[in-house]
Structure formats: structure tokens, C-alpha cells
Design a protein around this ligand. Structure first.
Ligand SMILES: [Ca+2]
Length: 224
């Protein structure tokens, strides 16, 4: 019995609220379409409309906040994918901190000249820039050469007997930019090409260009 009475009261209060809203709407419309009332009539209409404006302002603020949260979330997701895309490389290539990509053959592929050709076929060259930088060389050894235990051709030779030891990108070899291993280069039998020596923690050794080593290729990372 009490529950029915409560429901009736609830319905009546909702009806009253709808009636009040309807009457308020009528009053505003009337004020907008007539000029025959006193000031208090129009002030009532203004009060009603101002209440509606304040209500809408609260709704707009909430909507703005919701949209801004969605905007920030979308932006974050785009940034993540953008980062992923910019770091993507072809399978088998490693993107180092210097912005160059590195690839190494999985076995000894032959002469120094063969190593150069293999890299050129990949729009790359035997590694030079990264090998000159001690930190990048260490990064490459750790992440590309790994525990392969291979001899590794790099882009360094003295095939031009006048220029002497020169990196493939034309930079002259110096004691500062060339991490020779202990007692190297020792030219132990016409050794004119540079390799990473697996027996000296991948420091550089001069070797006969006709030896067989793996090829370590280097190319600039491009994001398309
Ligand atoms: Ca040597």
C-alpha cells in the first residue's frame, strides 16, 4: 500500500516538473512575442532563460572535457604508432643509435670485393661510420655481430697505395678513428683490407683482401 502511494507521489512530482517546464517555456515564448506586459513579466522570462543558459554552460564544459580527453588519447596512440613506424626496418637489419642500419651475412661470403658488392646490392656499403664511433661499434658488435664468431669485412682498406688506409666513405684513417687491435696493422703478408677480428674482441685487423669474411653492411635509415 505504501509503495503504491510512493509511486503515485513520484509520478505526480515528475508530472509537476514537466508542467512547470512547459509553463516556463510558454511564458518565455509569450514574452518574446508580445510587448504588452510590465517589466516583471519580462524579468521572469529572462530569469528562466538565464537558468537554461547556465545549465547549458555546465553541459558544454563537460562535453569539452570529454572531447579533450579523447583528443589526448588519440594523439598518444598516433605518437606510439609514429614512433614504431619511424623505427621500423627491413627484417634482418638493425637500427643503431646513430641513425644507420646494419646487416651482416650469416657466414663468410668471400673476398673483400665480394663483401662490397653484397652491400651495394642492398643499397648500402661495407660499414664505416658506425665502426669509427667507439660506442656505435660496441652497439653493432653486441647486436649485429653477436656471438657469430665470424671474421667481418668493414669498409676500410689501403688499396690506394698513395692515400694509405682510407675508409670507404673517403675519410682518412687515423689512430683516433680506427680501433686497431694490439700490434695491428702488422701487414702480415700483403694485408690491405680491414676486418673486425673475432680473436681480439672485434677490434680492427689488416687482412689479405682475398681472405673470406662475413660482410657488415651499413646504410642510412630512411623513414618513408
Ligand atoms: Ca694483420
Amino acid at each position: 500500500m505504501w509503495s503504491i502511494y510512493f509511486l503515485l507521489l513520484l509520478c505526480m512530482s515528475e508530472l509537476r516538473a514537466e508542467d512547470e517546464q512547459y509553463l516556463a517555456c510558454r511564458r518565455v515564448t509569450k514574452a518574446e512575442n508580445t510587448t504588452e506586459h510590465d517589466g516583471s513579466f519580462y524579468q521572469d522570462a529572462i530569469r528562466i532563460l538565464q537558468g537554461r543558459v547556465e545549465h547549458l554552460e555546465i553541459q558544454v564544459a563537460g562535453f569539452e572535457e570529454e572531447l579533450n580527453e579523447e583528443f589526448q588519447e588519440m594523439k598518444r596512440r598516433v605518437d606510439v604508432l609514429w614512433q614504431r613506424a619511424s623505427n621500423a626496418t627491413e627484417p634482418g637489419w638493425y637500427l643503431a643509435d646513430n641513425g644507420y642500419e646494419y646487416w651482416m651475412s650469416s657466414s663468410h661470403i668471400g673476398y673483400y670485393s665480394t663483401g662490397k658488392e653484397i652491400c651495394e646490392d642492398k643499397r648500402a656499403r661495407l660499414a664505416t661510420i658506425g665502426v669509427r664511433d667507439p660506442e656505435i661499434r660496441s652497439e653493432i658488435v653486441q647486436n649485429v655481430v653477436g656471438d657469430s664468431h665470424l671474421w667481418v669485412w668493414i669498409g676500410l682498406d689501403r688499396l690506394d697505395t698513395i692515400a694509405g688506409w682510407t675508409w670507404l666513405d673517403g675519410v682518412a684513417s687515423t689512430s683516433e678513428n680506427t680501433a686497431w687491435g694490439p700490434n695491428e696493422p702488422n701487414d702480415s703478408g700483403n694485408e690491405r683490407c680491414g676486418q673486425l677480428n673475432r680473436d681480439s674482441n672485434y677490434l680492427i685487423n689488416d687482412k689479405s683482401c682475398l681472405a673470406s669474411c662475413a660482410a657488415l653492411c651499413e646504410r642510412k635509415h630512411c623513414f618513408i
